[in-house]
Design a protein around this ligand. Sequence first.
Ligand code: ATP
Length: 264
Amino acid sequence: MNINDILSVENLTMRFGGIVAVNNLSFTAERGKITALIGPNGAGKTTVFNCITGFYKPTSGTIKLRHSDGEWRLERLNDFRISKIAKVARTFQNIRLFPGMTALENLMVAQHNTLMRASGFTLLGLFGVPSYRAAEKAAIDLARYWLDQIGLLERADDAAGNLPYGDQRRLEIARAMCTEPALLCLDEPAAGLNARESAALNELLLKIRAEHGTSILLIEHDMSVVMQISDHINVLDYGVKIADGTPQQIRDNPKVIAAYLGAD
Ligand code: ATP
């Protein structure tokens, strides 16, 4: 694992019965950069995310994460520890907001753990009460900060389910950012967005990288997003990495073009 890397996936294999969804895959993600995983449908991209975030236990291989808080072997941890201790956040292909809760409440839920810890201190005695209040205020401030970053501060009290689709997508990213992740894994954040919404998404992700230094791992089919914002791209086909490089290198790679067109 290189000194600049936050993530190193080494010889990862994930089988489901007779299906080899990910086959001896190795790639790295550099700290503070946007690393993309692309490939045709069924290439194994989401399975890689599920292994990194503890939803699946890999058949074999190692997943190393290293940042300022420490070093972890993610394939040995459960999803809770990966999220809360190793600070890996993710979004899903389908939107998973609480539609009946407000935009602000959705971002507060993401900070539930911090608040629960603070309420534990409350029970311990006199000094706990201000501690909880301070934690609650900090959580509201953080939620409002991220609502502002995605241009939704004015709609803080609207039900998440009533927001336009593109806003809901960005609200999900804001919710993940409220956990203050070191690694943010985004599964097709541009799916279903129109051109204007995709541009707003690009702007948000570039801002997260530039202003927060968050490392981003991105699965995306929308090539306008991938090519414009990725620092490095890994291409999967049938669970195998067939190419990696800069957007420029990937754009003209004949193997990549063949995989997308379904040629041999
Ligand atoms: P898409 O771009 O369509 O989302 P993907 O690249 O994310 O595809 P995966 O969803 O990782 O691909 O699927 C890779 C392969 O693994 C597919 O053949 C899929 O059917 C299979 N697969 C994924 N999860 C499971 C599972 N839980 N059980 C059985 N097979 C699975």
